[in-house]
Structures are given as C-alpha cells and as structure tokens.
Design a protein around this ligand. Sequence first.
Ligand code: NDP
Length: 525
Amino acid sequence: MKNVAENIVARARTPFKNQPLTDFTREENRQAQRAALEQVKSELGTTYPLIIGGQKIFNDDTFTSINPSQPEQVIGRFSKASVEQANQAVQAAAEAFESWKRVPADERAGYIFAAADLLKERRFVFNAWMIYEVGKSWPEADGDTAEAIDFLEFYAREMIRLADEQPITRIEGEDNELVYIPLGVGAVIPPWNFPGAIMVGMTGASVVTGNTVVLKPASTSPTIAAQFVRILEDVGLPAGVVNFLPGSGSTIGDALIEHPLVRFIAFTGSRDVGLRINELAAKHHKGQKWIKRAVLEMGGKDAVVVDETADLDAAADGIVTSAFGFQGQKCSAGSRAIIVDSVYNEVLQKVLDRAKKLTMGDVTQPTTYMGPVIDANALKKITEYIEIGKNEGRLVLGGGHHGPGYFIEPTIIADVDPHARVAQEEIFGPVLTVIKASDFDDAMHIANDTEYGLTGSLYSRDAQRIERAKEEYFVGNLYFNRKSTGAFVGAHPFGGFNMSGTDSKAGGRDYLLLFTQAKAISVKK
Ligand code: NDP
C-alpha cells in the first residue's frame, strides 16, 4: 500500500502537461476514430439506470437522448429521476461522505489518475459518443475529451499540493498547521455543450477534494455522463461517492439545491438558471447547518475586437473560428465582432469569404466543420434571434436552416447597433453579430458594454493599446491576436466576470479551494 501511495504522489509531482490533440490527418487516427464510431453505433439505444448508493435503479418513467443530426436516432434511454429519488441520492451521498472524507488525499488522487488513464484508453470511444449525442465535429469532440483528461490530471496534482504542508507563519510555543478539508455533499449540474470536459471537471474536482456528489447530467447529453460514471465504477470508486441522477433540471433541480444536506452546488449553464440556483441556495432550510456554497459558471456575449493596426487575415480567421466552432455553442464563442471603421468593410469581406467556405453536415465524417445545434428548442430560439437580427442589422450570410437534423447555416448580421438585442443577449448558436466602432476607444467601450464578462479577444499590433486593453477589457479570459475560444487547462484558468459567473477559475490553482474549507490547527507545546 505504501508503494502505491508513493507512486501516486510521485506522479502528482511530475509537471502537468496538456494532452496533445489528435492529429486526424494521420490515417491511423482516422481509422481509430472510424472504428470507435462503428463500435458506439452498435451500443446506441442502451437503457441506463439511475445509480444511487451503488444501486442501479430502472424507472418506468424514462426519457431519451437523441442524435441532433438525425433526431429519429436514439442515443440512450434514461430513467427519469423523481424528487423522491433526488432526496434519496442526497442521503446516499451524505452516508458515503462519512467514509470518503476519511480516505487520504493520495488515495483519492489515485482514483482520479486511474480514471484519467481509462479515459485516455477510451478516448476515441468517448469522442464518438460526443459526435453522436451532441453533434460535435471530430476535432471538437477530441478537444473536449482531451480537456476532460486534463482536468483529472490537473486536479489530482492540485489535491496533492493542497494536502502538503501549507506555508503559514510559525510561532513560538505552538505547532500550527493549516489543512484543507472537504465540504460535504455537492450537487453537480453540468451543461451539454462541453458534455465531457465540464461534467468530468466539476465531478473530478468535487471527489478528489473528499466530497461526495449527486451528478445530474444535462438532459441532452446524459449518455456521455453515463460513460464517465462507468469509468468511475471501473476504477473501483466506492459506491455512493458519485450518485448518477439523470432527470429534468426543472423537476428535480429545486429538490437538489434546497436539500438541507447539500453543502455546495457546482453548476455550469445559462444565466437564468444560474441566478435561480443562487437565490435558492441562499435560503436556509430546516436542519441545514451551513451557508451553501454556489460555484456558478454562466453565459457570455464575447467579443473579438479588431483595430486598424491588426493583421486583418489573422483577425478574420480568429473571428470565424470563434463564432462558428461547434456551431457557436460555446460560452467562449466570439459572437460579436467589433471592428474599427477604417478597416470594417475589409475585415467583414474577409470574414464572409472564410465563413462561406465552412462545411456543414455529417459530423461522422472527419472533414465536416459544423454539425447541428443541440435540439429543437435551440433551433427555434436561434432562428427567432435571426429574425430579430434581420430587423436590427443587415443579414449578409446564412439565416436558413435545414432538416431533418437541427442544422442552421453560419449566419452573419452586420451593421448592428451595440445595444441591439442580438448584440447583447446570448444566442448560443452559429450567429455572428458585426458591430462598427468609430475608433479603438469606442471599440473597447462596446466590448465591455454587456452584462457578461467571460472571454474577449483583441487583434492589434499596437503595443500601447494592448497594454491598455490588459487593464480595461473586463473579461475573465483575455486573449490577444488569437481566437476567443480554446482555453487550455493550467494555461488559461477559465471563468468570467459579471453575469458570466462567480469568478471561479476552472483548471487553475484556485479552483479546488472552492471545494474545500481550511482548518487552522494549533497545538501548544
Ligand atoms: P442550462 O442552464 O439550460 O442547463 C444547465 C444545467 O442546468 C442542465 O443540467 C440542466 O438540466 C440544469 N437545469 C435546468 N434547469 C434547472 C433548474 N431549475 N434547477 C437546477 N438545474 C437546472 O444551460 P445549457 O445546458 O443550455 O448550457 C448552455 C449555457 O451554459 C450557456 O449559457 C453557456 O454560456 C453556459 N456555459 C458556461 C460556461 C462557463 O464556463 N461560464 C461553460 C459552458 C457553458 P436539464 O438539461 O435537465 O434542463
């Protein structure tokens, strides 16, 4: 046992490195991905249970997750948890917490490293589930899986660092120390758009710090969560540490948030649901001994700013990738391009030229760039915004949609007023709003003039402006001369300001502190 623990600690002391992205121009990788897509195809339509305290429960009341590229294709069937089962899951997590909190940090990290290793082995299969269930292209799915592995590798290392002796001021006559202890039961509520990375990241961070979890996956991506829960079973994580509770957020969400035994909520999703959780979590309930902690990562209306000194080709590339990668369904999507007057027409033309070349369609093929949006509701909401945009600006590209999958053309609306609805509200689809700024000052003002503050890019060659933007551009993740998407764990700790959330930084050194509480211990000599 001692050797095992030493090996885990030794692994945790090796520097963290991001997983390389798979090079799909190589034939062996293409073959591996194709084979995984075939394998997963044969598993489509499987029925998955709830898992509460290690018990697998099949309800009569079920829901299906479908392929947004072919809505008639069922990806998985799921038992729909009831409010009573949500309460049971919290209870099971509370019971498991009593033993899990005593498991040493290195052992907990060991489970998380083992899960990372299995996910590496199953990488192409995990990618395939994402291609089918949420319509990611090959590189987008692969990036998501790579990030999921990174989170596990990073947080396991972080836990070992936190379990080390902490630097505090020593005083005469006492032995004093500071230790980080877990919080208790967490409700983990991820979104569907990074159905691997964010779900794995929030669950992994909760568990490695010694908490137990009720994981309620997003209803449009529960199969991916089920695949991860299987990995946790395969590495022998004790029953009850992660309870799997598919079901509708609007039905069981309140029960989870309000349960007096829930100590914290880790949520990533939309602004409105985040605000509701914040409000409910603040209320005290009978039998509740603590103030609940809510880690809320929410929406964005991110901008890519281009000034007249910029490399305009690079800027146009960055705008298109930021706006249309994964159909614009990223919290970090650059859904606003803010371009200074003197280069506005030129950049807009370059953006149009590039966006016209994007391929859309069958994401099971390696070269397809764009797939469908997530579901019929998203299609409806996004097409309504396109109609609004036609009145608020000039439709210069796209606007249409094609069935039977939920495909929406890359859409560009130019000459939009900075206060128009399509310039202020998160559309969460392949819709780019282009805004003209009179000069750099005006562009900075427009960039900051929304209620969000998640990511932002500036393309400029002016060193003074870059310095100014470092201070004035009010976003959690600021990028210069590169796209607004594609944060790497460790390198770009991720999370935004204002209505984009509670300022947490996933994949950063502060993150695990949100899942722990610090205890100062002094022994008089
Ligand atoms: P939603 O807010 O619709 O859903 C997120 C999760 O909350 C889902 O699991 C959902 O369950 C659940 N939920 C829904 N209603 C409730 C409720 N009343 N109580 C508790 N839980 C509930 O967001 P999306 O899944 O559509 O994700 C997209 C959003 O996420 C965008 O706004 C995006 O910007 C944001 N996001 C933010 C990130 C960040 O780091 N800041 C990163 C990624 C996404 P169900 O599916 O059953 O409804």
